[in-house]
Design a binder for this molecule. Structure first.
Ligand code: HEM
Length: 419
């Protein structure tokens, strides 16, 4: 082993099984025992877990050119392998340049009426006084927002959304299980991964059926690759990257508001303004969303691999090290955030935080391309729903770190229409 980074020796198989049982607890235990940099073995692999903002910033941003993405969604994936999430090198850089304009502020502003229409339609469908599962409902809403803003000319029907939602959720869970499994049967060998292929086929054909908006409103279609196969990968990447992440972020935020009446009242007061929800006019709404992203970052784990041996100050990495950076772990460091496990949105109205201590969208060249759209969707959904409904949460929650961070138990909440 290289370099002076402390860490346990012990059985690597026991650690692999602890990771499979509860990775968040494993990370927390390791850093409590060994400090914010830990090197350990799991199965045949070496990992370096970094829970220091400065080191995270170096890996993700300042020296990002020295790393590629670690295991996770890989670029041999037949569904999104040619999409932005998984590509590397010049193909990634080209695609990023081509797609960046989609998410520039003027275009996100152009998408506002469609976002508003989608949230309004969702609110109209709700029956006052009913208890619903916030998580399932917000996934439905965020999928509708993604399709409506990015691709669709028609209002997608609820059945169509449920169909796409079911396939994407199944496929994401499959990807997640695959990243953790030693048995990864290749996709191209006939007979293997049959259920995956069936979901992927039906998802692809549903996405194919979307009708593009007319110009000048088709910024997304115009930015996609012209070749049909690559175009489909790119569309699926945007759906897969933007749907569960935003849906879970909003459901955690609403669930917390349903437990914190004073914050709910503040968000309600802000929602009565005519203006579009923005950080300047709706600071408490933004603080609630940020605090939820801190406590429950949808992307809870990032992995990177150095392309060669690298040294930064007293940190040395070998080419066979996998670097793990967990936004969840970083966001809950007591040395950085006071009362780190508590929901305290006021912290976002006070002091600025240390760079790279809060990284729900990462940073550096591979930062989330949809960050501004995600924040616009999140703030709008929270503001409009709280404007129309009083939310009371009474579900038990249990963190489930799948491909995104969700709750294993339903997030039950009663929504009562305000007079
Ligand atoms: C709250 C919502 C969201 C969160 C927390 C989030 C978070 C992230 C994170 C952490 C990454 C970096 C992953 C890595 O480096 O390994 C990422 C990348 C990405 N996100 Fe998001 N995301 C959100 C919403 C969206 C939306 C709405 C879209 C698009 C519609 C989107 C599209 C993408 C794409 C395409 C990438 C890959 C960018 C690249 O590698 O160049 N995301 N996102």
């Amino acid at each position: 082993m290289s370099s002076g980074i402390p860490g346990p020796q012990g059985s690597s198989l026991a650690r692999l099984s602890a990771f499979h049982r509860d990775p968040l607890r494993l990370f927390r235990t390791l850093t409590e025992e060994w400090g914010p940099r830990v090197r350990f073995r799991m199965g045949p692999w070496y990992f370096v877990l970094l829970a220091e903002p400065e080191a995270a910033g170096w890996v993700l941003s300042h020296h990002a050119q020295g790393f590629v993405k670690g295991p996770g969604l890989d670029n041999k994936n037949p569904l999104i392998g040619r999409g932005l999430l998984t590509e590397e090198g010049p193909r990634w850089a080209n695609q990023r340049r081509r797609m960046a304009p989609i998410f520039k502020p003027a275009n996100v502003t152009m998408m506002r009426p469609w976002l508003d229409q989608t949230v309004t339609a969702w609110c109209q469908r709700q029956v006052s006084g009913e208890t619903l599962d916030l998580q399932a409902s917000m996934l439905e809403l965020s999928l509708a927002m993604a399709l409506q803003t990015l691709f669709a000319d028609d209002n997608p029907s609820v059945n169509f959304l449920e169909d796409i939602g079911r396939h994407v959720t199944w496929i994401m869970e499959h990807f997640y299980r695959r990243t953790r499994s030693v048995w990864r049967f290749p996709y191209h060998i006939p007979g293997f991964n049959r259920r995956y292929h069936s979901h992927a086929r039906r998802l692809a054909s549903a996405v194919h059926s979307l009708k593009p908006r007319p110009r000048p409103f088709r910024v997304v279609w115009d930015a996609l690759a012209p070749e049909p196969d690559s175009r489909l990968d790119e569309m699926l990447t945007l759906i897969i990257a933007g749907f569960e992440t935003t849906g879970h972020a909003v459901s955690w935020a609403l669930d917390e508001l349903g437990r914190h009446p004073l914050w709910q009242e503040q968000v309600y007061q802000e929602s009565l303004q005519e203006s579009w929800p923005s950080p300047a006019t709706h600071p408490s709404t933004e603080a609630v969303l940020k605090e939820s992203l801190r406590l429950y970052p949808p992307v809870w784990l990032l992995s990177r691999k150095p392309t060669e041996a690298l040294t930064h100050q007293d940190l040395t990495l070998k080419p066979d090290d996998f670097v793990l950076i967990s936004p969840w772990l970083l966001h809950r460091q007591p040395a950085i955030f006071a009362a780190a496990d508590e929901f305290r949105p006021e912290r976002w109205l006070q002091n600025p935080h240390q760079p790279y201590a809060f990284i729900p969208f990462v940073g550096g060249p591979r930062r989330c391309i949809g960050e501004h759209l995600a924040m616009a969707e999140g703030m709008l959904a929270i503001s409009r729903i709280i404007q129309q409904f009083h939310v009371e949460s009474h579900g038990a929650r249990e963190l489930y770190p799948g491909l995104t961070l969700s709750s294993l138990k339903p997030m039950r909440a009663r929504l009562t229409r305000r007079p």
